[in-house]
Every structure is written in C-alpha cells, then in structure tokens.
Design a protein. Structure first.
Lengths: 221, 347
C-alpha cells in the first residue's frame, strides 16, 4: 500500500493549521476590538468560506491563483505554483478551515475579562507579555478548540482541494481525494482501507480534544 | 500636593469633569453608581484617556493634553485594585504576586520583596493556590500584595468590599485600615458606602453626575454637608425645602413649622436636613407635637416614622432613629431637634 496520501494529507493539514492558528488569532483579536458595524462586515467576509460550498471556494481560488491569473503569475515569479501542486492544498485547506479558528478564537477573546489586561498594565507588564502570557492562556480553551476544529476540517477537506490541485497519485493525492478516486475506479477494498485510516485519525483527534478539555477542567476551575 | 487631577471626558451623553487634589493619606470618592468614580480612576491609571486636562502625581506629569503628555499605564506607578481583584486565573498566588515584580531583575532583591509582602499580608500558606481556591478576603490580600510589592506611588481602590459578604466586610475594613496606614502614600478609595468612607478616609470628595461637588475633611463633611445631594449621600433621611426667616430661623412650609438654627442662615438656603438620630423626645428647643405612623424594628435600633401635627398632607413621613434601650417611649408627644443639628443646605 502506498502511504503517500496519508503523508500528504497530514502535511497539508498541519501546515494550514499553523497558518490558520496565527492568522486566525490575529484577525480574531483585532476583530474583537473593532466597532460593531465594521466588525459585522468583516465577520461576513471572513466567515463566508464556512457557508459557501467548498467547490465555490475552489472556483474562487482558481480565479485568483490560476497560472494565467494575476496572483498566480505573481507567485510564479518566486517559483510557487498553487494549481495542481500540494502547496495549493495548503491554500485550499487554509481558506476552508479559517472561519472555524477565527470564530472560536473571537468568541474566546470577547469573553475575556478586560480588567485582567488593565490590571496587568498598571502592574507594569509589557503589552506583549499581557497578550502571550495572560490573554492567550486565559483564552486557551477557545483557541485550542478552534485549532483542533481547523485541523480536523483541513484533514477532511475535499471540494476546494480537488478543484485547485486535482488528484495526481504521488503528487497531490490526499486521503479524501484518494477515497473518491478509488471508489470511482471500482477499488472498493482500497477505498475501505483509506476510510479506516481516516477513521483512526479522527478518533485520535477527538480523544486528544477530550483529554485536553479534561486537563483544563482539573487545572483551571 | 501629591495627586492633582483636572480632567474632562465626554462619553456619549455622559460628561466627566473632575478636579481633585489628594494629599498623603486616604481620600474617598463617594458617589452613587454611574457618577464617574471608576471612570476617574481609569483616567488616572491611564486605561482611559481624558479629552483634555492634567493629571500629575508627586510632581510627575502623567497626562497633559496641552503638552501632549500621556504616559502609558505601565509607567505611571499607580496601583489599581479592581472590584473583582482581577487575579490572573491561570497563575498561582506566587506567580500572581511576582507579576508585580516583573521589572526587578535582581533575583535576591526580588525574593526579599516577595518574602516581605507575604509576611505582612499573611499569605505564606497560600503561595501555591490558584485564585479560584481563595476566599474573597484572601483574594483581596493577594491582589493588594501584587500591587504593593511593586511600590506604587499611588494606590487606588475601586469598591474594595463590594465582592464580599457583609460579615466579612467590617473585618476586612479594619485590616485594610492598617494596610493603608503602612502604605503611607496617597490612596484613593472609591465607594458608595458612607460607613466605608467614614471609617477609612481622612478626606472625602463627593461626586455626582460626573463632577466633584465638594471635597472636605470627612468629619466636617458629615457634620455640615452643605448641599442637598451631599446630605443625601451621607445618609441624611429628612430633607425638605425651607425658607430663610431671619439669621437664625428657617420656615418649613411642608411641615408647618419654623426651626431655630445655631449656624447663621445664608440667603442661598433652599433646603434643610435633619438626621434620623438628631430627634430627641426630651429636647426643649425646636420641639413640636408629632403623630407616630409606624415603628420598624432593626437589630439595634428602632426606626419610627412620624408626621408633625401641622404637616401638609401628601408629604413624606419623617424618620426618627433611636437606639434600643429599656423603658423607652416610642410614642412621644413631642420631638425636638437641637439648633446645631439642623443642617443648612443648598440645592
């Protein structure tokens, strides 16, 4: 059995999650401090990929990053190609999983008790310390939940991925595109194998979430 | 003087216009909720930015809109005890207190200061606990330790007892009194409780509707509140419109009586006030016939509600507060008030 799809899925999901983690936190933090009207608008734009069919997201990505399109041409100058390459998978997974991180992290930031930050300021703690050592740890439950959800979503991404990077065995194949491809070509046993692999990963992820939550409860309240 | 505040800030309909001076010792900010007390503290701390004005502390300008000075909260050396104490929930007591020593890089000194404050505030036993494992009083001590360890120039306490059960409150007020005395610098205490202000503050600034009405030594403020709103805040129950008759006589049309006063009456007088405790059955001066309407029992006092005989209808009953004692008469024929107990007030 060729394990490439597993490796490819995991690297795509892992890298997109790292990106989503930082960009999502950044957007969530600033969105939570914006005036209501602006926030509403930004919210719609940033959450859109969650409600759009993934194939529509994939279409937009092709329009933006196609090899003859402006962004695609721009990136090709640095030797980066999004279409039909595994790096495009990161982009697709990023776009689709971003709203999950953004929304959960924003909820966590909004419920943060701002007097903690104020008192930290009057105690003389620098703002970067307040953000990374007080705000983030206090909000970590929401942030971690967002990251895990984003990872799970990225791992299962199919629609936008297949539009943007297609299915090339050994090159762009992920678990979900492989399952579809094998089923389509009447290799039911092969599809079944990958379904089981996917199930195993999902179980591990969910167990990890539960464990994290439990530890959180014991350690904090 | 040590603290000088003269600021203005508009937030929606609310207009804060505070000018305030505080010397060494405890100055109370007394006012009902929403009068701008906490907002004033936040401006002094640098959390909120006034629209214009000056804030200076021990000769250091913290804020000056004209000169464009606006020090960040980190540089103001202002300790701020929040109503909910704002302990960091994910840190132990020790880690919380060490946050106050963030800038002390000398480990030996850091350790020494920590030991000192732990001893003074009796926190040695609680070091490894987390905030949710502390009682209200303990949490307050930890929050104070975290502030005091950084040696601020000014200590600001925002309703420090509002999060506590009433039976704990008095005990902790006594504790806080000695902590404040040890602190020895300037402190501002925000409160809406006159008992708290009376017990803890050498001076009181009364705030209402975003500005300071009056700032005075605490005793004289309670003895002579001068303004109707101040009298109300200091707990005066019987306040009524009045007119000047002559230099030592005021007429109260609603009660159908005139009262002698010890203080000379100003032309600007609009109201008088009489505290519930100021009435006495055996007082000969300013004594008038009364009709008792109701008697309400409290743990150590009776509250008697009454009318004067000639009182207009549809006017509120008066309050007479009398400590419980054996053989007392709760249905007196007359009640009198000594002329020096008549508070002369202006709108």
């Amino acid at each position: 059995m060729n394990w490439f799809p597993l490796w490819n899925s995991i690297r795509i999901a892992a890298m997109s999650t790292v990106l989503v983690f930082f960009v999502g936190i950044f957007c969530a933090y600033y969105a939570s401090r914006l005036p209501r009207a602006v926030k509403g608008l930004l919210d719609v734009v940033l959450t859109l990929p969650m409600v759009l069919p993934p194939t529509v997201c994939g279409y937009f990505l092709l329009v933006l990053f196609g090899t003859k399109r402006p962004l695609g041409v721009f990136l090709s100058r640095f030797g980066i190609q999004m279409v039909m390459s595994w790096t495009g998978g990161i982009l697709a997974a990023f776009v689709v999983s971003f709203p999950l991180m953004y929304r959960t992290a924003r909820g966590a930031f909004e419920s943060f008790d701002e007097t903690l930050a104020y008192s930290a300021q009057t105690l003389g703690l620098p703002n970067s310390y307040i953000f990374w050592r007080i705000r983030m740890p206090v909000c970590r439950q929401g942030i971690l939940a967002g990251a895990v959800l984003a990872f799970a979503r990225a791992l299962g991404e199919y629609g936008a991925t297949s539009m943007l990077i297609g299915y090339t065995p050994g090159k762009t194949a992920t678990i979900s595109t492989t399952v579809y491809q094998l089923w389509r070509t009447n290799d039911e046993a092969g599809a079944m194998r990958w379904v089981l692999v996917n199930l195993a990963i999902s179980l591990v992820v969910l167990l990890a979430v539960n464990l994290l939550e439990q530890r959180q409860k014991e350690g904090n309240k | 003087m040590s603290l000088l505040v003269d600021i203005e800030k508009k937030v929606g309909q609310f207009h804060l216009r505070v000018s305030l001076e505080a010397e060494q010792g405890v100055t109370g900010l007394l006012g009902s909720s929403g009068c701008g007390k906490s907002m004033t503290l936040k401006c002094v701390a640098g959390i909120l930015r006034p629209d214009r004005g000056i804030i200076s502390l021990n000769g250091v300008t913290l804020f000056d809109s004209q000169r464009g000075i606006d020090l960040p909260p980190q540089k103001r050396k202002v300790g701020y005890l929040f109503q909910n104490y704002a302990l960091f929930p994910h840190m132990t007591v020790k880690q919380n207190i060490l946050c106050g020593l963030y800038h002390e890089k000398n480990q030996a000194k850091k350790h020494k200061k920590l030991e000192e404050v732990l001893k003074v505030l009796q926190l040695e036993e609680l070091l490894e606990r987390r905030p949710f494992q502390l009682s209200g009083g303990q949490a307050q001590r930890v929050a104070l330790a975290r502030i005091l360890v950084g040696e601020p120039e000014l200590l600001m306490l925002d309703e420090p007892f509002s999060a506590l059960d009433s039976h704990l409150r008095e005990k902790l007020q006594v504790e806080l009194r000695s902590i404040l005395a040890d602190f020895g610098k300037t402190a501002l205490l925000v409160t809406h409780s006159r008992e708290e202000a009376f017990r803890l503050c050498g001076e009181v600034a009364v705030m209402s509707g975003g500005s300071v009405l009056l700032q005075r030594e605490t005793h004289s403020l309670f003895e002579n509140p001068q303004k109707v709103s101040v009298a109300l805040l200091t707990g005066c129950k019987n306040i009524i419109p009045a007119q000047k008759r002559n230099a030592h006589l005021v007429e109260i049309p609603d009660w159908g009586i005139s009262l002698e006063t010890a203080e000379p009456v100003a032309d600007t007088l609009t109201h008088i006030g009489i505290r519930g405790h100021s009435f006495h059955p055996e007082e000969q001066k300013n004594a008038f016939s009364v009709v008792v309407l109701d008697q309400i029992e409290e743990p150590f006092e009776w509250v008697v509600q009454f009318h004067f005989v000639g009182q207009k209808e549809n006017t509120s009953a008066l309050w007479w507060r009398v400590p419980k004692q054996a053989g007392m008469d709760l249905q007196p024929k007359t009640l009198g008030v000594h002329p020096d107990q008549v508070l002369l007030l202006e709108e």
